[in-house]
Design a binder for this molecule. Structure first.
Ligand code: SF4
Ligand code: SF4
Length: 206
């Protein structure tokens, strides 16, 4: 771990399910209101997710359209070591025709389409970092991928939104932490907002 990343993780104290929490998620204003431009860049999947996708390749191919490659060898980048992934290995999805391998011509994720078609949990096959974005984990901290938000011209474009990242991503946070962990996060949010209101803590978003 580099010195910079140790310093980053050291800024945070609250841990839920082994993950540190960046309290910016409670105050950062965010609204998700574009048709999925984040999918134009592809995503890093965990090695296990990559294997799951390969195991269902025939069903995925069936749902692909003419803008997508049905050649499985073209779907992924080479594997790379990355400790922010559960297995320690990340595998990126390729960008084909200016969009993620799995994004169809209507802006829908083929992995999610498959789950819906099968009547199972909608995020069963979807990589975790797709579900989480614009939240992400960095060096063991759940935080905001502000750099990528800024790179995306249509992401979070309503400057008047009153919603915070926490509110906008409640379903994703429940998915990530589970119900018990999410309740702990809610309690931490109350504590944190209370502390910055009464001046015990500095508002890290300012
Ligand atoms: S996260 Fe941003 S880029 Fe992705 S769909 Fe929402 S607004 Fe669009
Ligand atoms: S896997 Fe699906 S949700 Fe993730 S970037 Fe590709 S199309 Fe988007």
């Amino acid at each position: 771990m580099s010195e910079d990343s140790i310093k980053f993780a050291e800024k945070f104290t609250k841990k839920i399910n082994g993950v540190l929490i960046d309290p910016q998620i409670f105050t950062y204003k965010f609204i998700c209101n574009c048709p999925g431009h984040c999918c134009y860049y592809g995503v890093y999947t965990d090695y296990k997710e990559y294997q799951t996708i390969l195991s269902i390749q025939d069903k995925v191919i069936e749902l692909m359209d003419e803008t997508q490659s049905k050649n499985v060898n073209e779907w992924f980048e080479p594997e790379e070591k990355d400790d922010d992934f559960e297995s320690g290995i990340a595998v990126g999805t390729e960008v084909i025709n200016g969009k993620c391998t799995f994004l169809d011509k209507n802006g829908l994720c083929t992995l999610q389409k498959l789950a819906i078609k099968e009547g199972v949990y909608k995020w069963k096959y979807k990589p975790l970092y797709c579900i989480l974005f614009p939240l992400t984990t960095y060096e063991g901290v759940l935080t905001i991928d502000a750099e990528h938000i800024e790179r995306l011209p249509y992401c979070n474009v309503d400057p008047n939104t009153k919603l915070t990242m926490f509110e906008a991503c409640e379903e994703e946070l429940r998915h990530f932490f589970g119900e018990e962990g999410f309740q702990e996060l809610k309690n931490y949010r109350e504590e944190y907002l209370n502390e910055i209101n009464i001046g015990v803590k500095e508002d890290v978003t300012k």
